[in-house]
Ligand binder design. Structure first.
Ligand SMILES: Nc1ncnc2c1ncn2[C@@H]1O[C@H](COP(=O)(O)OP(=O)(O)OP(=O)(O)O)[C@@H](O)[C@H]1O
Length: 441
């Protein structure tokens, strides 16, 4: 079974490691609507006697009328699950801290935007809200959401703290909301001293898992240390691994928690299979087999760009039209490929982890892991697996995930994932893929 072509053996520099933040931006740009999650969120109140409960309408939140109108004018009729659960907590008095997890596209940004707008006091002409994100583009996206919902609140002023925006040393900002990236916010707060961090009332970390992992961790902590103990701290992300979650709870000592319970993380309407292949040619065969039996669209995940390119070329040569999307394409080019795939002109999309998070294409019924997801140390990457197979089975539809196993190592990864989510991954034989269509859900 050990195959020297095994894709997971490729060298690290070929791995398509597009950053979480970059993928997240892509998703935001592409996403056309809310993803309504069927999953229940688990809420852990910091104070167990807390009487805060979730709401089903925006009226119940007693929002300032122009903010409520702004929400309706944006086209939002009722709160999504994360909004209905988080907003009563976010708006409660005295202010409470929150670490929130909800899948990508479920309305987290809108939740914290409504909260920040509700907390601004326009009689005070200095920054009261600080919202930090990992990239320039994400900061712009968030500022746009703020502008949309606050279109009747022209009295609320916002400034983008991103590279290229110039401010004068010591000249205090008059804007109420600062949205920006860590380096610029650090400069403005500690070097140029144009923001008095002690006066910030609400501090939001979006993509919080990225903001407190290596890379941004030091700056986030330095800024956090400057804030007043009364400042409301809010962390939002689609995923937190165990270490990051403990670290988040360490930074925000008294935090309410909203998250997906582990057992709900695995999508119950996705049937999971694996097939053993002895060579890369057999792996190709497995993909072609799926092409022949499936009527819907499929996304195929490879570990490296090189493997993705190899597979796309072989599929083309064998007469199967496929689309390919990898991290070397610019955001604009990626969107074009996605639109092309969405239009149905291509049945299969070959990609890498660049597309693992959040993208929704309604007709995707099959996800193939040409290579199982592994982390930098070669261990099973259960979170990425969940994100990948989450590309199918959306909106409560049934989906199929097929894992191609090319080595004992890959088999172990597959077993680890099965154990982790406690959902069976059943074997399929390469010469009998019809089983897929026969199995019951
Ligand atoms: N209550 C709502 N009703 C209808 N659409 C909504 C609602 N809330 C948000 N949306 C829309 O749903 C989409 C996703 O929302 P949003 O960007 O807030 O999700 P998110 O959870 O922050 O996503 P990500 O994890 O990618 O940051 C956006 O297009 C947004 O306009």
């Amino acid at each position: 079974m050990e195959d020297k072509n095994s894709c997971n053996e490729d060298s690290d520099e070929e791995v398509d490691n597009t950053s979480h933040a970059e993928s997240s931006l892509m998703l935001k740009v592409c996403r056309k609507s809310l993803i309504e999650s069927k999953m229940n969120l688990e809420v852990q109140h910091e104070d167990p006697r807390s009487a805060v409960s979730s709401v089903k309408s925006f009226e119940e939140l007693n929002l300032e009328p122009r903010i409520l109108q702004g929400i309706y004018a944006t086209g939002f009729k009722r709160p999504s699950k994360i909004q209905g659960t988080a907003l009563p907590l976010l708006l409660a008095e005295p202010p409470q801290n929150l670490i929130a997890q909800s899948q990508s596209g479920t309305g987290k940004t809108v939740a914290f935007v409504v909260a920040m707008l509700s907390r601004v006091d326009t009689k005070l002409n200095y920054p009261q809200v600080l919202c930090m994100l990992p990239t320039y583009e994400l900061a712009i996206q968030t500022a746009e959401v703020i502008a949309q919902i606050a279109w009747l609140r022209l009295d609320i002023r916002l400034i983008l703290a991103v590279s290229g925006e110039l401010v004068d040393f010591g000249e205090n900002l008059k804007e109420h909301i600062v949205v920006g990236t860590p380096g610029t916010i650090l400069d403005w707060g500690l070097k140029l001293r144009v923001i008095d961090l002690k006066k910030i009332r609400i501090f939001i970390l979006d993509e919080a898992d990225v903001m407190i992992s290596e890379g941004h961790r030091d700056i986030s902590i330095r800024i956090h240390k400057e804030l007043s103990s009364k400042c409301q701290m809010l962390f939002f992300s689609a995923t937190y691994d165990k270490e990051i979650m403990s670290f988040a709870q360490f930074i925000i000592s008294k935090a309410n928690l909203i998250r997906l319970p582990r057992e709900q993380e695995s999508l119950s309407n996705v049937r999971q299979h694996y097939v053993r292949c002895r060579s890369i040619e057999e792996k190709l065969q497995a993909v072609q087999n799926v092409f022949q039996i499936s009527t819907g669209q499929a996304i195929i995940f490879c570990h490296t760009r090189k493997t993705a390119a190899w597979l796309a070329e072989k599929m083309h040569a064998n007469g199967y039209p496929v689309a390919m999307l990898t991290g070397d394409l610019m955001v604009g080019q990626r969107l074009k490929v996605l639109d092309y795939f969405r239009s149905g002109l291509r049945k299969m999309l070959i990609t890498t982890n660049v597309l693992a998070r959040g993208i929704d294409v309604e007709d995707v019924t099959v996800v193939i892991n040409f290579d199982l997801p592994i982390d930098g140390k070669g261990n099973a990457d259960c979170e990425t697996y969940l994100h990948r197979i989450g590309r199918t089975g959306r909106f409560g539809k049934n989906g199929i995930a097929l894992n191609i196993i090319d080595s004992e190592k890959a088999m172990n990864v597959c077993r680890t994932i099965e154990d982790h989510y406690k959902k069976p991954i059943k074997e399929l034989k390469l010469n009998n893929f019809d089983e897929i269509t026969k199995s019951e859900y």
